[in-house]
Design a protein around this ligand. Structure first.
Ligand code: ATP
Length: 575
């Protein structure tokens, strides 16, 4: 928690201002009972109305100043806390954006969202509390004690009995409450997880008639959280009546013993009234301190989770000395590349070597899970190789800046991802300053013009969240248009064409051929018809290259390829 407080640095002056305002507010509050005792002991006793009015006005002034300080401090502390929340959110977001896919997998997308929202809000709330109480509570407690002793040292002996009792109970309740608060955060996480799965997987849940099962899962997580919340709230609820009881008993004791002392002429009535108020201030400050003890561990769990995100060093970083590629062409080379996912026993890719040059189409084919997507994900450096090297234009991708490397690439992922916005905006995602003409042309090559024209607002049509208002194949075509608008040197299509019907697939590839005539094209494909015309087909098996060559060559030399082909095409098509 305290580690996160370093992010308060931009607000140093505001923090200082809040602390000072609260300091003066506490002093003003501490002075009020003394003024009141003066009115009683001097003004009333002597019947001096002028004195009463004068000190009364002073009291009003102090009360107004105290209220003003408090309002200003509350305003500033709320501003600081929301500012801190905003900064932390953007910090976490930009840190997460720099993660490689490994780090994403390690923490999990759902948890990253909770950490950016819920956890930061928890910290934000505690910062407000801490700012408000950190200064007020100790000053009120210590200042109150000093003032009370100065009013009547003997009567202050009551505190020797009351304060340890109060502190003991607060400690006891806090010690029992804190683990429950920690458990609550974990249970809240669980509830978020179930909720997220229930919402994102709603189609599957309905299709498999698992609605009841999901409801049960949710209500279990919900009840679990509620039970703990009730338990902890019950515990906290006992604190208040107990404090009130102690306060009221103290009041009785003060009035009782104070009355006796007044009777004996050892104390004045005004002093006794002031003493009572100081006693209240001391006890309230103890309640405030106990609240802090409760809130801090509660936010601690959140702070740990935020720090975990901020401290995680991205595995993929730009090298110290960045090399520029000399001639901009788009040559991709794999040299003895071996790669494994963290925690996996076997490498998913072993000894991969090939090169794909400009003007060539290289297709990668193979069974599911053989490592095709993994292989092409190494080119934009989504992952780093274990051994060997991936080179673009003769430079190892690890030696290039990620930005310049990715600027060369038009990437179409296996699962098309669109963003909220219009169709044109989604295509322009590939090239911010693309003209309308370029957007249209890219859409035409991607065979998207027709369905875009059919939409009510054409290129201005708004995409629903995640592109839910277009079909899978349409989404895929927009993703292709987005890559094409870049006029990249290297195009990577990860199983992009299988969501398209055969006719559209053929038309798209024909149009693509003209567009990518000088580019390096790498495509993962499932269909033999898609790869048949490629200059080079890489056949993969068990993370290795089984064979490489043209369709005709592979038919002669590669058993695996022949099997794939015969499972898909009729004999006459093969020849
Ligand atoms: N993020 C990951 N973490 C761990 N293992 C992974 C990860 N992604 C893929 N794998 C594993 O690596 C292997 C290759 O996956 P990859 O996605 O590259 O296969 P693919 O050939 O593209 O398959 P498909 O044709 O089904 O898309 C699979 O066995 C998979 O279980």
């Amino acid at each position: 928690m305290f580690k996160l407080l370093r992010y308060l640095k931009p607000f140093t002056w505001s923090v200082v201002a809040v602390l000072m305002l609260l300091f003066f507010q506490a002093i003003a509050d501490l002075y009020l009972p003394t003024l009141m005792s003066d009115i009683v002991d001097i003004g009333i006793v002597k019947g001096d109305t002028q004195y009463i009015l004068r000190v009364g006005a002073l009291m009003l002034l102090f009360a107004a100043a105290s209220a003003l300080f408090l309002v200003a401090a509350s305003f500033l502390s709320a501003k600081i806390a929301t500012g801190l929340g905003r900064n932390l959110r953007s910090l976490v977001f930009s840190r997460v954006e720099s993660y490689s896919l490994h780090e994403f997998n390690r923490i999990g997308t759902a948890s990253l969202i909770t950490r950016t929202t819920n956890d930061i809000t928890q910290v934000q709330q505690v910062v407000v509390m801490m700012l408000r109480m950190m200064v007020s509570a100790p000053i009120m407690c210590i200042g109150g004690l000093i003032m009370a002793v100065s009013k009547d040292a003997e009567l202050s002996l009551i505190f020797v009995l009351v304060l340890p009792l109060l502190a003991g109970v607060i400690l006891l309740i806090t010690r029992r409450g804190v683990p429950l608060f920690r458990a609550m955060q974990v249970k809240l996480d669980k509830l978020n997880l179930v909720l997220r799965e229930g919402l994102t997987g709603i189609r599957v849940i309905r299709a498999f008639n698992r609605l009841e099962h999901e409801k049960k899962r949710f209500s279990e997580a919900n009840s679990d959280l509620t039970d703990t919340a009730i338990k902890v709230n019950k515990l906290m609820a006992t604190l208040m009546p107990f404090m009130m009881l102690v306060m009221n008993l103290s009041t009785i004791a003060i009035v009782w013993f104070g009355g006796l002392r007044v009777d004996h002429g050892d104390m004045q009535v005004g002093d006794m009234m002031a003493f009572l108020q100081y006693a209240m201030q001391i006890m309230f400050s103890l309640v405030m301190i106990s609240m802090m003890f409760i809130m801090i561990p509660r936010a601690e769990a959140s702070a740990v989770r935020i720090n975990e995100v901020l401290d995680l060093v991205p595995e993929i970083k730009d090298a110290a000395g960045i090399e520029q590629t000399q001639d901009k062409r788009g040559l991709v080379e794999f040299r003895n590349v071996t790669f494994s996912y963290p925690g996996a026993e076997q490498p998913v890719l072993s000894n991969i070597s090939f090169s794909a040059g400009p003007g060539e189409v290289t297709a990668i084919i193979g069974g599911t899970g053989v490592g095709k997507s993994t292989l092409i994900n190494l080119i934009p450096r989504f992952y780093d190789v274990d051994s060997g090297s991936v080179l673009v234009d003769g430079v190892d991708v690890r030696e290039m800046s990620q930005e310049s490397l990715r600027a060369k690439i038009g990437f179409v992922p296996q699962k098309a991802v669109l963003f909220t916005g219009t169709i044109a905006e989604n295509i322009r995602y590939g090239k911010e300053n693309a003209t309308d003409e370029e957007v249209k042309q890219a859409a035409a090559i991607a065979q998207a013009s027709e369905f875009v024209a059919d939409m009510q607002d054409g290129f201005g049509a708004v995409m629903a969240q995640g592109g839910a208002n277009v079909s899978g194949g349409q989404k895929q075509r927009l993703a292709i248009a987005r890559a094409l608008v870049r006029k990249a040197e290297i195009y990577i299509f990860d199983d992009t064409f299988s969501a398209l019907d055969f006719k559209t697939d053929a038309k798209l590839r024909a149009a693509l051929k003209k567009e990518t005539i000088n580019a390096t094209v790498l495509m993962v494909a499932q269909r033999v018809s898609t790869v048949m015309d490629a200059d080079r087909i890489i056949v993969m098996e068990d993370g290795k290259i089984a064979d490489m060559g043209s369709h005709k060559e592979l038919l002669k030399t590669c058993q695996v390829y022949r099997e794939i082909v015969s499972s898909q095409l009729a004999e006459e098509e093969i020849a």
